[in-house]
Design a protein around this ligand. Structure first.
Ligand SMILES: *[C@@H]1O[C@H](CO)[C@@H](O)[C@H](O)[C@H]1NC(C)=O
Ligand SMILES: *[C@@H]1O[C@H](CO)[C@@H](O)[C@H](O)[C@H]1NC(C)=O
Ligand SMILES: *[C@@H]1O[C@H](CO)[C@@H](O)[C@H](O)[C@H]1NC(C)=O
Ligand SMILES: *[C@@H]1O[C@H](CO)[C@@H](O)[C@H](O)[C@H]1NC(C)=O
Ligand SMILES: *[C@@H]1O[C@H](CO)[C@@H](O)[C@H](O)[C@H]1NC(C)=O
Ligand SMILES: *[C@@H]1O[C@H](CO)[C@@H](O)[C@H](O)[C@H]1NC(C)=O
Ligand SMILES: *[C@@H]1O[C@H](CO)[C@@H](O)[C@H](O)[C@H]1NC(C)=O
Length: 766
């Protein structure tokens, strides 16, 4: 009856899926290129997104291999203004030139080298600025032991163009330290310990173009700190401790500022007035700050801005019109902000945007409309690969897989696509077979048979779950990204996921119940009562009720659990992501690391003590050799039961623990767990609990014997040969049974605790 039921569910879902998939292929869109496709330059060919930048000329005109690297924003700007790579450039600036012109600067200290009018005193253990000829143009004092820059130290070097002071121990910079450096164009102060910059400290540096103060400890700057920097183009203040920017306009005294890097500071607010006069700014990097509030007008004067990087801040909401004046912006990075909501028209004004990073942002209300105005967008970065379906015109969308699914397929790997069917078939047919065969196995213990049937039903659900996943994979083949989000939000996914959980939970609880029953019988023989029908049935019903409750509670409260099952394409709630709702996190931990771990420990412990108990009695017995053999067989069987359980559950426990410890778990692992590890128990339970047991083998023998009898047309009384010896000794493989063990042992107080009675008692409840 149950088997029929399983079959119908199975068939129904199957036909439904196939019908759906037939319907689906008819739909199409009227856009120039279909969704998920991009045009090949000026020819009418369209190619799927995944052929973009795959190293092959798929278009025929190389259009699909253009624009591969996302080098919009500052790298492009730097190319324009300076050189290819910022850091290469900085390095090459420090490098000695190959040709060494003679020293034109007169005497130099012995620890310094001199080329033309350039002096290099790097790593010379200097504690003070050396005194050299005043007509030098370059002075490099890198990796020395300078502690402070006192007033007028450089005053006599009026021709100085580049001054390198990186990697010293400078803590204090006098207000007059850079006095008289009228010709200085580049000043490097990186990797020092400077804590503050006084007002007017750069007052004489009218020609300064680059000011590099990375990796210091500057915690405040004054409005007048930058006074006098009339020519400044690049200001680099990465990795300092700035908590706030001056209330006054930052660029008031730096009218030519082009590039401002404030990455890795502690800035909380960007005020209305902060960037008000920075109209020439093209690159603004504020990554890794603590910005939590932005004003609608924060960036309104930055009309030339080309790159804006606000990644890794604490922005929770974006003012609706914050980007309205950024008409030139080509790269915007908002990644890793706790943004709660993105307005539908948030990006409408960014008509020139080429690269948009929204990594780590959950966009609950994601819509195609958000990205449609961004016609020139060529690179987009999301938190989830399924968001890519909402920006189908963007050539390069990342990530293109979550490890489980890819843009094309629900199951990314071909092995998984094949094996989901194989494992599903094995699980379904193994269990259905057992369900169908059980009634023909004559057993004395009907209650035990009911438990096993129940277990098979639960395990069969796992097969159905995999079947449905396989079917939907088939349905969405090749175009999964169009449907990904809808699929994960769909009721189908929720139901399929709860089916999987129902199956695992009922299976786990039943195994625990069966184990405990055996255990009590073996270890406490006095309490081994014949299980009453009523009690067994009620326990089974209770187990199913608990299973249903565990599986369906998450569907009851959308607020608390959000999308409990729909976190990945296979709808299985392993929840390795930290950002999921804490409700589902806790629930999932309680189920997997609470209930299931406890059940697993009970099973391991019970089999351990059962084996120990049997082993102890064996030692006392006389016929040792015979019993050792039996014991080995018993041990093997116990080992297999515990081993398959361990194989199935230990990886899941470890994954769960790791995710609790905030270790990022690749989606690939989740999908392998769901397809190969989780169904292990379901697929092997029929084998362990029915197909390899003695009654089953006897039944097969019986059938075979009857068949032979009939063929040889001999008498029919043959059944008697097997009849009397037919006993409920499931644990014992056929050939090992000794004729002695034929008397069904009732639960008596057997004081002569021989192995035979022990094991028979054990077996009577297997
Ligand atoms: C496409 O553009 C290229 C130059 O960018 C031009 O040589 C070619 O003729 C154009 N093809 C068509 C079909 O317009
Ligand atoms: C630089 O000054 C030194 C003396 O301080 C002098 O010997 C040298 O000729 C000067 N070089 C030039 C190019 O003026
Ligand atoms: C340095 O600046 C002064 C005036 O600001 C100017 O007279 C002098 O020529 C400059 N020196 C160089 C080498 O540019
Ligand atoms: C800034 O600090 C971060 C982390 O503290 C470090 O990874 C990075 O290399 C630093 N940047 C520079 C230019 O030193
Ligand atoms: C910023 O500007 C907005 C509107 O222009 C104004 O309402 C707000 O009070 C300003 N905030 C500050 C701190 O000046
Ligand atoms: C955006 O910023 C994040 C860190 O905040 C960084 O990991 C990512 O690479 C950036 N994206 C681009 C395209 O630069
Ligand atoms: C998109 O970019 C092309 C050139 O790259 C430019 O000609 C066109 O105006 C841009 N479109 C918009 C809407 O800015």
């Amino acid at each position: 009856m149950t088997s029929n039921c399983c079959f119908y569910v199975f068939l129904l879902i199957g036909t439904r899926v196939i019908c759906d998939s037939l319907e689906d292929h008819v739909s199409g869109t009227g856009v120039r290129c279909p969704l998920g496709y991009f045009p090949c330059g000026n020819i009418t060919k369209c190619l799927p997104q995944q052929l973009h930048c795959n190293g092959e000329d798929d278009c025929g005109n190389q259009a699909d291999e253009e624009n591969c690297e996302d080098n919009n924003g500052w790298s492009l700007q730097f190319d324009k203004h300076y050189t290819k790579d910022k850091y290469n450039k900085l390095k090459s600036l420090y490098a000695f030139q190959k040709k060494t012109p003679e020293c034109l600067a007169g005497d130099v200290p012995s620890e310094c080298t001199c080329q033309g009018l350039e002096i290099f005193c790097d790593a010379a253990k200097l504690r003070a600025v050396p005194s050299v000829s005043s007509n030098i143009t370059v002075m490099s004092l890198q990796r020395n032991l300078l502690r402070k820059l006192s007033a007028d130290v450089f005053k006599k070097y009026q021709d100085l163009k580049n001054l390198y002071l990186q990697n010293n121990k400078i803590r204090a910079v006098s207000e007059r330290a850079f006095k008289g450096l009228y010709n200085l164009t580049k000043l490097y102060l990186s990797n020092n310990k400077i804590t503050s910059l006084e007002p007017f400290v750069f007052a004489d540096l009218h020609r300064l173009e680059w000011l590099i103060i990375e990796n210091n400890r500057i915690n405040r700057i004054y409005p007048l700190t930058f006074y006098g920097l009339k020519s400044l183009i690049l200001l680099e203040m990465m990795n300092n401790s700035l908590a706030r920017l001056p209330d006054k306009p930052l660029c008031q005294y730096m009218p030519r500022l082009n590039w401002l890097d404030l990455e890795g500071n502690h800035i909380h607010h960007v005020r209305n007035a902060t960037f008000i006069s920075c109209s020439t700014l093209t690159v603004l990097v504020m990554r890794r700050n603590k910005i939590s509030s932005l004003n609608e007008n924060s960036f309104s004067s930055l009309q030339m801005l080309d790159e804006l990087d606000l990644g890794s801040n604490k922005i929770e909401s974006l003012p609706p019109y914050i980007f309205k004046d950024l008409k030139e912006l080509s790269q915007l990075n908002l990644s890793y902000n706790p943004i709660k909501k993105v307005q539908i028209d948030q990006f409408d004004f960014l008509i020139k945007l080429k690269s948009l990073s929204l990594e780590g942002i959950e966009i609950a209300n994601i819509q195609r409309r958000m990205f449609r105005p961004l016609r020139n967008l060529s690179h987009i970065y999301f938190k989830k690969f399924q968001y890519c379906g909402y920006a189908p015109h963007v050539r390069s969308c990342k990530p293109n897989t979550d490890g489980i699914s890819s843009l094309e397929n629900l199951l990314a790997s071909i092995i998984q696509r094949v094996f989901v069917w194989v494992v599903s078939a094995i699980t379904c047919f193994g269990n259905i077979f057992v369900i169908c065969m059980r009634p023909y196995i004559r057993s004395e213990n009907k209650l035990h048979a009911i438990s096993i049937m129940s277990l098979c039903c639960a395990d069969c659900l796992m097969g159905i779950y995999l079947f449905v996943i396989g079917a939907f994979d088939l349905k969405y083949r090749g175009e999964y990204n169009k449907h990904a989000q809808l699929w994960m939000d769909s009721i189908h996914c929720q139901l399929v996921g709860s089916l999987a959980i129902l199956s695992t939970e009922v299976s786990v609880l039943l195994l625990t119940y069966l184990t405990l029953e055996k255990y009590i019988c073996i270890v406490y023989p006095f309490r081994c009562l014949k299980p009453r029908k009523c009690r067994t049935i009620s326990i089974l019903v209770l187990i199913w009720i608990i299973g249903f409750a565990v599986a369906f509670i998450p569907l009851s409260n959308k607020e608390f659990f959000r999308n409990y099952y729909g976190t990945n394409g296979v709808c299985f709630p392993l929840h390795s992501e930290q950002s999921e709702s804490s409700g589902s996190q806790i629930y999932s931990v309680v189920i997997f690391l609470g209930v299931n771990l406890a059940a697993f420990i009970i099973i391991v412990f019970s089999y351990g003590s059962m084996f120990y108990s049997v082993h102890q009695t064996a030692i006392m017995a006389t016929e040792i050799r015979n019993h050792i053999k039996k014991e080995m067989i018993l041990a093997k069987r116990f080992f297999f039961i515990v081993f398959t359980d361990a194989l199935c559950w230990i990886p899941i426990f470890i994954l769960k623990l790791l995710s609790l410890l905030q270790v990022e778990i690749p989606g690939t692992i989740t999908s392998w767990v769901v397809i190969f590890i989780l169904p292990i128990n379901s697929a092997l339970n029929p084998l362990l609990y029915t197909l390899t047991t003695r009654p089953f083998k006897e039944m097969i023998h019986q059938v075979w014997y009857n068949y032979r009898q009939r063929r040889s047309k001999r008498g029919k009384g043959s059944q008697k040969i097997y009849g009397p010896s037919f006993i409920w000794v499931e644990m014992w493989p056929m050939h090992e049974i000794t004729p002695k063990v034929t008397k069904p042992v009732l639960c008596t107080d057997s004081s002569d605790a021989s192995v035979t009675t022990q094991s028979t008692r054990l077996n009577s409840y297997t």
